[in-house]
Design a protein around this ligand. Structure first.
Ligand SMILES: [Zn+2]
Length: 282
């Protein structure tokens, strides 16, 4: 545990970049070898290019505000605020686990749930949902405005968890790999998925969140741990082969594949939720 704490206390930027690129490369290779949905059906180069653009804007937002993470970590340390600080005396492994769970709850599950229920936030988040071919490159397809919203919630998560710098880097590294994993277009053996999903968000669990219509798009919000959705009643299991990716208000392929248009969406008039006469049963 000491080695882990020392490493993540001063994780080099080069290692963080290597994790992003390495993770992307590994999941792309696995998707190629065992895809769930055929990858021949869309222009993969263009799709990847668009998603990498939004990954870069996400990185830019995060880098430009990174000093706020460190300042918040310093504040919780000096003021003794937050759950990890209140647990001083408990075994480090237990404190770390609780800290990681709280970072995932506030910094991923909660912000994601709110983004789906507050209209102006949804207008930013829906860019992530306009992807009609979800794969590992979709993981960081976020409007820069959404990256800011998520960053603010990460600061709140640090305060709630009382997280030191090493926990922030540990959480962000795991969060990155997990989002690349649970968006990947991988056909995983059922036994492996069944085992992993007991604790972690697997691709088979997350995909339904990208179904084009409600109520399925309002389920399985989790990123690292699968139990938040079980606890808060948003957990569903569906046959992934029946899914249609995208968001019903924005299915126009020209809109969904145009960077300029996607950047503008939050500032355009709101397109209300489509009401269907028939209930869909996946
Ligand atoms: Zn979402």
């Amino acid at each position: 545990m000491d080695t882990i704490i020392t490493y993540f206390s001063a994780m080099p930027t080069t290692h963080r970049s290597a994790l992003l690129i390495g993770g992307l490369a590994i999941f792309l290779l696995i998707e190629n070898a065992a895809p769930l949905f055929s990858i021949k059906k869309y222009n993969r180069v263009k799709h990847t290019g668009l998603n990498i653009f939004f990954t870069f804007t996400t990185i830019l937002v995060n880098l430009s505000m990174a000093f706020l993470l460190v300042m918040t970590a310093q504040w919780v340390a000096t003021s003794g605020f937050g759950v990890m600080n209140w647990m001083s005396g408990a075994p480090v492994v237990l404190t770390a686990l609780v800290g990681l769970m709280l970072m995932d709850l506030v910094g991923a599950w909660l912000v994601h749930y709110i983004e789906h229920h507050v209209t102006w936030m949804w207008k930013f988040h829906l860019i992530h949902h306009t992807d009609q071919h979800v794969d590992t490159t979709s993981a960081n397809r976020h409007h820069p405005g959404e990256s800011v919203i998520r960053f603010v919630f990460t600061l709140v998560a640090i305060m709630v968890a009382g997280a030191p710098v090493w926990m922030i880097f540990l959480y962000q590294s795991l969060s990155l790999v997990m989002t690349q994993f649970n968006h990947s277009n991988v056909a995983m053996p059922k036994w492996l998925d069944d085992a992993l999903v007991l604790v972690l968000c697997t691709p088979n669990m997350h995909r339904v969140h990208h179904h084009y219509r409600q109520p399925y798009s309002d389920t399985n919000y989790g990123n690292i741990f699968s139990f938040w959705d079980r606890i808060f009643g948003t957990y569903v299991v569906v046959d992934n082969k029946k899914l249609i990716y995208g968001v019903d208000t924005h299915m126009d392929k020209h809109e969904a594949n145009n960077i300029g248009y996607l950047l503008k969406i939050p500032f355009l008039p709101y397109r209300p939720t489509i009401e269907y006469e028939e209930e869909e049963k996946l």
